[in-house]
Design a protein around this ligand. Structure first.
Ligand SMILES: O=C(O)Cc1cc(O)ccc1O
Ligand SMILES: [Fe+2]
Length: 488
């Protein structure tokens, strides 16, 4: 490891202040708040038509364009669409052509084809090589932008039949210049672990830092600037959209509160120069040329838009008596099943089966641990759901060696739980109330059985001795009773 990457890794283990807490280099952005709201926003006063969506002519000579995130015909409470008022409509573009073969080496297009139930863990994803590194591919530095830095690790299903998901990681050090990306295959949930993402979307700008997440719904064009080596995780769902979990017996508040979700305000570019549009479609990549910036939406209204959320705002709920609780479905005295996922769920993308998620995004944030006569860490278990975990900063409370920027996979029915050191500590420590402040881990939990990409199983940062290192030395502690039934 180079000294610069080891110091970057030290950086990553610390809880870094948000840039809003330190000196800013860019003007602070404005947002609108409230999960799933119907927003109205205009970058020029009166750019939104009054009283109707498609007047004969729109203010300022804008074109009206609807973007639908759900079928027109789904019930009103699930309907997601926005009306965009833009300088040119999206149809002004050249024919989409498959991206040239040199670019098809993109990790983004890796196919999940390897089946294995093995418990796997990866050390931190290597960052793009700095220009000063003699092994860097170009003298100007690695030049890897967000799209080219995405690498598919695993997935299930098929975007063509709108079923399943992918898990990616990204490592990038370069901004996207005069290029926009559109994912027609599903929604992206991005979890930065290092480096701020400056995201320009059709609906406006978002700035997203480690400890925040962003959802970029299907089809919404975006472009990402970075100002430092940046790394993180991406969950892509091919079906449905992310929603807040039911609160069941918790009542009206708690977990991720709706008002803490931030949506962009309209912001547009009037840039008349060629742009490339990269489109992920059916798991392949296509490209078209645009005569001008596609970020030309002067005003919009609707409920289909990207949004961000600060994980520090998560209101964590847990056991205040005994046992380690994660939550589950609640049957409220004959009121029927509430599809209520884990108490650590920030967002869920539900399947058609109540309580079963295409994917849950779950966090393990700093929190008080007060449970009495209890083994407090996550217990040993095997789960019908598959669990992919990542680390944003610090340490996880069940394992040593799970590092920020690293990842683990415990698939359907594969066993996992605390390592030896954690077990020893948890079974001998005095159970005073303690605040776990060690770190912020998260999980993508899915009902699908994941396949891995060749890249993920052959990656040099895959830990060869994961099971061995964590669990092989867990001792036999069993003491059989004496013939008379007494214990030795
Ligand atoms: O396996 C893990 O580390 C994740 C996890 C944590 C927890 O507190 C309960 C269940 C669970 O799967
Ligand atoms: Fe687990």
């Amino acid at each position: 490891m180079t000294s610069s990457s080891s110091s970057l890794m030290e950086e990553a283990t610390k809880k870094v202040p948000l840039s809003s807490e330190i000196k800013r280099t860019r003007p602070a952005l404005q947002y609108q708040s409230g999960f799933g709201n119907h927003f109205s926003t205009e970058a020029i006063p009166n750019a939104l038509p009054e009283g109707q969506n498609t007047p004969q002519t729109c203010p300022y000579g804008l074109y009206a364009e609807q973007l639908s995130g759900t079928a027109f015909t789904v019930p009103r409470e699930h309907n997601q669409r926005s009306w965009l008022y833009r300088i040119r409509p999206s149809v002004v573009q050249s024919r989409f052509i498959p991206v040239a073969s040199s670019l098809s080496r993109l990790g983004l297009l890796n196919k999940p084809e390897v089946t294995t139930p093995a418990m796997l863990r990866w050390r931190p994803l290597p960052l793009p090589m700095p220009a000063s590194d003699p092994n860097a591919p170009t003298a100007a530095g690695s030049g890897v932008d967000f799209v080219h830095g995405l690498v598919c690790m695993m997935g299930a299903g098929d975007p063509g039949s709108k079923q399943g998901l992918n898990v990616f990681m990204y490592a990038a050090d370069t901004s996207m210049v005069d290029v926009a990306f559109q994912n027609s295959d599903g929604d992206f949930l991005v979890v930065p672990q290092m480096g701020t993402l400056h995201i320009r979307t059709e609906m406006g700008m978002l700035e997203v830092e480690p400890r925040e997440i962003v959802v970029l719904p299907r089809g919404i064009k975006f472009q990402i600037d970075v100002d430092a080596p940046s790394r993180g995780y991406v969950l892509e769902v091919f079906e449905g959209h992310f929603q807040l979990p039911q609160l069941g017996p918790l009542g009206a508040n708690g977990l991720a509160n709706p008002r803490d979700f931030k949506y962009p305000v309209a912001a547009f570019q009037d840039l008349e120069r060629p742009f490339r549009l990269l489109n992920k479609y059916g798991g392949e990549l296509f490209e078209a040329t645009l005569p001008a910036s596609p970020f030309n939406v002067v005003a919009w209204h609707g409920n289909y838009a990207p949004f961000k959320y600060n994980l520090d705002d998560f209101c964590c709920v847990g056991s205040v008596t005994y046992d380690h609780l994660v939550g589950g479905q609640e049957d409220l005295g004959g009121m029927g099943l509430i599809g209520d996922p884990s108490i650590f769920t920030v967002l869920t993308c539900p399947s058609a089966v109540p309580g079963v998620a295409v994917a849950d995004f779950v966090v393990f944030p700093p929190r008080w641990m007060v449970m009495e006569h209890t083994f407090r860490p996550p217990y040993y278990h095997r789960n019908v759901m598959s669990e992919y975990m990542g680390m944003i900063y610090g340490k996880y409370d069940a394992k040593e060696g799970f590092l920020p920027g690293g990842a683990s996979l415990h698939s359907c029915m594969s066993p996992h739980g605390p390592d030896l050191a954690t077990f020893e500590k948890a079974t001998t420590e005095a159970l005073a109330p303690v605040k776990f402040e060690g770190g912020l881990a998260f999980m993508f939990e899915t009902c699908y059985v994941l396949k891995l990409t060749e890249w993920a199983v052959n990656a040099p940062h895959l830990e060869e001795d994961y099971e061995e290192r964590c669990w092989a030395r867990l001792p036999k502690k069993f003491v059989a009773p004496q013939e008379d039934g007494s214990q030795k």
